[in-house]
Design a protein around this ligand. Sequence first.
Ligand code: SAM
Ligand code: DTB
Ligand code: SF4
Length: 338
Amino acid sequence: MNSPANLNALQTAATPTVTASTNKRTESCAAWSLEAVEALFALPFADLLWQAQQVHRAHWNPLGVQLSTLLSVKTGGCPEDCAYCPQSVRYDTGVSNQAMLPVAEVLAAAQRAKEAGASRFCMGAAWRSPKDRDLEPIAEMIQGVRALGLETCATLGMLKPAQAERLKDAGLDYYNHNLDSAPDFYGDIIQTREYQDRLDTLQAVRAAGINVCCGGIVGMGETSQQRAGLIAQLANLNPAPESVPINLLVQVKGTPLHGQDPLDPLDFVRTIAVARITMPLSRVRLSAGREDMSDAVQALCFLAGANSIFYGEQLLTTPNPEADRDRTLLQRLGMHAE
Ligand code: SAM
Ligand code: DTB
Ligand code: SF4
């Protein structure tokens, strides 16, 4: 068994330093090895949380939580085969297709989100990748949401470099594009696009000067090593993503992943803690899956270093906790929106 001294040596050797003002690792610094990330997952729960809290408190106000509200601006009918997704045309999930919403409707929803206390508004579309002509109304949405004083985020599928530049010109602050899983589990979940396609989109987003929001989903039947593989991939993006959404699979009837054995909630908390330790300067978002999560488990996620949530009663097509429940939870924990 590892003594505490041995663990400390392992952690010190494995912890890359990051520069103070960006997520970019210093040149001389090693990336996170898969073994080092697996070793974090293998720590006793209390030791892992203690380490995560130290990292969290060194870089962030531990009482602050960033609130992002989601809106599906184009729903369903997606040609991709992502095994978790209720919006794929391949699965009978009862989600009704909805063409792109009018800009005015999107701006009205953004205004409501702002009044409810959100600081970021994220627009999602069920596309494999947008067509150039799709980006014109999206650009209007981005300009309008920004004019309301909200940060803007979009998740529209794969982007070409020129499309990322178009979104940057429109004022997009963040682009969400998830790696979703470890590379060695990815083929079990998605066959219609490659892991490398995702990395290419992330590169286009980064090159355009847009902040990267990139995370994944756990509870899809992956092993603990594969959860470590996902986090290692995210942490080794250089720079690390500014926002890291950690989603717990929302099991939707009709999708291939419906009926999956649920993840032990403590393993979800562990994933948040390891994300916090390996990506000290990133916002780690406790993302999908909160609807069925107890307040106590959510509190553990905040202790483990989560400092962002999706806020508002709907994710894209599935429910999220009522805003009132979240406000009450934050108040009970002495935490606040930032
Ligand atoms: N179609 C675009 C794409 O896939 O890049 C953007 C929207 S897609 C719904 C955004 C992300 O939502 C996915 O990458 C996945 O991580 C997450 N997601 C979708 N369905 C989910 C589910 N049932 N549970 C948890 N996360 C889910
Ligand atoms: C992310 O990582 N999670 C959000 C957002 N980015 C776009 C989406 C969660 C979707 C959950 C299933 C649904 O509501 O359709
Ligand atoms: Fe389509 Fe995105 Fe759903 Fe995959 S996750 S099926 S790309 S909407």
